[in-house]
Design a protein around this ligand. Structure first.
Ligand code: FBP
Length: 547
């Protein structure tokens, strides 16, 4: 691999660890836990892994651990820092016993099922320390959910003498990790399963998981380019930029980028849902701000749009829910219909209310809602061009306002989508340290014989030496949700809380940001330099933890 100058310099960065886990550890167990909701149903589905205590590691004299073999899987979308989770896991295992070995399953959970793997040796790990991407072993979205898959995985696990599997993934992948942990425990396979919280979306968080890794770096990358666009916009003063930001469901990324860059408008899907807003309400709000800025002579601005917006507009949400159920039952019949007929077929088969909404959607958006779902059944919102849909609708509304004498300005648009370019950036110092600590903590959970736990590192707005490392039972984060037309146990997604400090801060400032030009230009992530430039966590985390 030909390395860039930054990659070479960055390879020697030694990620920081919590003081408590640097040498020997002992486990402090908390009280028995409960799932966040649907306790009876979840307890019944996870008789062997439900109710376990929260764990915290404390420093203790070093002890002996036997040599073990461990498998690791990267699951789902890329997030900066995955390589550091693996290097932390590797270093932790070697620190416990230098003869322990780490195997990486290739291209996601599919590698375990299909027996595709490679041994991760020190040379390989060294090449990937502090780098972005998941290319060390690749990732994939195969859903690990059937008994046949679990049994097939067990064959290779036995063949390689693996004692534990660490699954690095988002809410769905960690849910499946827990189902796997439960199954292996139930059949007495003697294989532990540990999860690590990954996703740039930032929606895998709760009391015990302060943030998912990758959110910090991805938001910093997007904020850098949003800042650059704002400076361009404020220089030429002739465009409205509609910028869609990744984050399948929750609007954490859009909100964090707004806190970092102070755009003129930022939509928050959770607020749209709470206020029962229609697409027209959203369009009117944007058009009114465009008109008010034009009246001040500002025919330019920025609008941040979370990619999941469409699913949060109540009428659209009802439509998508009916489509999900309908396609789950009639998917094979639907697949036989000619492409050109599919739209009419759907219009005929939906309830009158949803059918009318579906029929009113532009062709591309309508097609996306019925076609490609990811293996977890999610609509692939990244592929829906919401930014163009909104920009065009705002343009039409402004034309009407002009005719009514309510608007006198110029409206020229530019469209952007920032998503994939942020998922594989070299991890920020925060993500480099956080991920390494998560991986190291996972190795300790393995060493201590635990299963059905997620690696947890807290107190993250403080210096890394004060971080608290431990494990949280995955069942504690679960509730029952409707998926593919059936009720399933899943980790509860953390959406933006409208009464939380990050949203409140945004809401208190957005009117000023809309009417005046208050842009902030964060610039690129810095890896070397003063702490206040290089080591800051996200504004979301700071507002949530420190108020
Ligand atoms: P994960 O939840 O697996 O981390 O993926 C999140 C994400 O990056 C979303 O923000 C986005 O909607 C989706 O992945 C895109 O998926 P794909 O990479 O399959 O196009």
């Amino acid at each position: 691999m030909k390395k860039s100058a930054l990659q070479t310099a960055r390879a020697s960065y030694q990620p920081k660890l919590p003081e408590a886990i640097k040498n020997g550890v002992t486990i402090v167990e908390g009280k028995a836990t409960q799932s966040v909701a649907d306790q009876e149903a979840i307890a019944k589905l996870f008789p062997n892994t439900y109710g376990m205590p929260v764990l915290r590691f404390e420093a203790a004299p070093k002890k002996e651990y036997p040599a073990i073999n461990v498998g690791v899987i990267l699951s789902g979308g890329q997030a900066p820092g995955g390589h550091n989770v693996i290097s932390g896991l590797f270093d932790g295992l070697k620190a416990m016993n230098k003869d322990s070995r780490l195997f990486g399953f290739l291209l996601g959970p599919g590698g375990l099922i299909d027996h595709k793997y490679m041994e991760l040796t020190a040379d390989i790990i060294d090449d990937y320390r502090n780098t972005g991407g998941f290319d060390i072993i690749g990732s994939g979205r195969t859903k690990l959910e059937t008994k046949e898959q679990f049994d097939s995985g067990l064959e290779i696990i036995k063949e390689l003498g693996i004692k534990a599997v660490v699954i690095i993934g988002g809410d769905d992948s960690n849910t499946n990790a827990c189902v796997l942990a439960e199954y292996y425990k139930q059949i007495g396979a003697g294989v532990q399963v540990i999860g690590c919280p990954k996703t740039i979306d930032g929606d895998l968080k709760n009391e015990m998981i302060e943030c998912s890794f990758g959110f910090d770096t991805a938001c910093k990358v997007y904020s850098e380019v949003i800042g650059n666009i704002q400076r361009d916009c404020n220089s030429a003063k002739k465009y409205w930029h509609f910028i869609k930001l990744m984050g399948r469901s929750a609007s954490h990324i859009a909100l964090e980028c707004a806190l970092q860059t102070q755009p003129n408008i930022c939509l928050i899907s959770e607020e749209v849902e709470a206020k029962q807003m229609t697409l027209d309400d959203i369009v009117n709000n944007i058009a009114n701000i465009v008109a008010a800025r034009a009246a001040k002579g500002f025919n330019f601005g920025t609008v941040l749009i979370p990619e999941g917006l469409i699913e949060f507009i109540p009428a659209m949400k009802r439509l998508i829910a009916e489509l999900n159920d309908y396609l789950a039952e009639n998917g094979s019949e639907f697949a036989m219909i000619k492409k050109s007929e599919q739209r009419n077929y759907i219009i005929k088969h939906l309830s009158p209310e949803n059918s009318a909404i579906y029929a009113s959607l532009p062709e591309g958006v309508a097609r996306q809602l019925t076609l490609d779902r990811d293996p977890h059944g999610n609509v692939q919102v990244s592929l829906i061009e919401t930014e163009k849909l909104l920009g065009e609708m705002v343009g039409r509304r402004l034309a009407e306002m002009k005719a009514e004498g309510k608007y006198d300005g110029k409206f020229a648009t530019q469209y952007h989508f920032f998503g994939y370019e942020g998922r594989c950036a070299d991890p920020s110092n925060f993500d480099a340290d956080y991920c390494y600590s998560l991986g190291y903590t996972a190795s300790l959970l393995v060493g201590e014989g635990r299963t059905g736990y997620m690696s947890s590192v807290r107190n993250t707005t403080k210096p890394a030496s004060e971080w608290i490392a431990g494990g949280v039972p995955v069942t504690m984060m679960m509730n029952m949700e409707r998926r593919h037309g059936e009720m399933k146990p899943v980790i509860q997604k953390a959406l933006v809380h409208l009464d939380g400090a990050p949203f409140k801060y945004f809401a208190a400032h957005r009117d000023e940001w809309a009417m005046n030009t208050c842009y902030v230009y964060p610039g690129p992530i810095q890896y070397f330099g003063p702490t206040e430039v290089c080591d800051q966590p996200t504004k979301t985390l700071k507002l949530e933890q420190d108020g």
